[in-house]
Design a protein around this ligand. Sequence first.
Ligand code: ZN
Length: 424
Amino acid sequence: MQIIYDTLKDAGIRYDEGPDIGGDYGPYIQSERAAIYKEYAEKLVKLGGAYYCFCDKERIDSLKDENGVGRYDKHCLHLSKEEVAEKLAAGVPYVIRQNVPEEGSGSYEDLVYGTVTVDFKDIEDGVLLKSDGMPTYNFANVVDDHLMGITHVIRGSEYLSSTPKYNLMYDAFGWERPTYIHLPPIMKNAHEKLSKRNGDASYQDLVDKGYIKEAIINYIALLGWSPKSNQEKMSLKELEENFSLSGINKSPSIFDEPKLCWLSGEYIRAMSAEEFKAVALPFLQKSKAYGRYDEDKLLKMLQSRVDVLEDIPSKVDFLEEYGEIDPALYFNKKMKSDAEIAKAVLPKAADVFKNLDKFENAELYAALVALAQEQGMKNGQVLWCVRIALTGKENTPGGASEMAELLGRERSLERLAHAMSLLA
Ligand code: ZN
């Protein structure tokens, strides 16, 4: 969008947030630019596509019902040339209105929605040039697009039904209509649109949270568009090659954060250790555990388990937060473990830790599995209990042996002793 705004700025047009349709367009336009629109509006009058309206506020209000709803009645369309010239000469305030046929309909081909037809009776003779000489959005966008040589208009589907109104102007001026591509909105749920104005996350917010940039782009491309293949993870280059308008859905898509999360994780898993370190380190530095453990080991463990980088501190903070262990944590139905099993396992695990030559993940894992076999237990019974004892947490970013390696032999033994004392 920035590119478009900059282009407009170069053309002497200033857009801020972007005016809403039918909204007050005046503040967005520099005054020297206004003369151009006035010229085009007057030209459109000569061509029959618009007319001067001198109705005062009172008359316009009289056309509205108690709810403020009411259409303009084309009263001034029927003024004679002489009457119009007279009023203009006398300085009577006026607006210029679009002259929409009273009968018939306007059709166009939208590349997503197909043939769209709107009855002219559903389109009002809207104001194109206001009494202060400023154009409305409805008029300025047509003039701007023409002057800038816009060939394709891509915009939200809320404009589907107002497009015939713009086409009437293109036709009246004798300008070539652009190709229209209306896109369905992105929703945050079944009822509400995703909107930065309502506090929904922007691209930058998502980057700051630690979603991988490539994953965000990839995910957004998949919103409302389905590739022909089932492949969902696509690089920008692959998106370029595969994207086609024909895959755009007409129905709104819902912004599904868990799916973005999953995709972000896929990108993290595909990174080299160096690439992951570059993006993950700033998040690791926010953790209490930072600086106290082997950074590369921590990162290696995290790379296989984290989807969004902002989750890093919560995944490693347990290394520094250790104290009470809820005995209920030893209970795991699937692993068939509980506090009684832990009582039997932990002293034996402590012996294993003491006697192991290399206190590293692979050796620790093999030794704990061997312990389970020797005791006639399931592997899970030993590994679950040891992991709970070492961390005091139900969820950790690694298994028992990884946690032990990270903590080191001395602290692992201290923690096992502490856990055993709580069970006694
Ligand atoms: Zn009028």
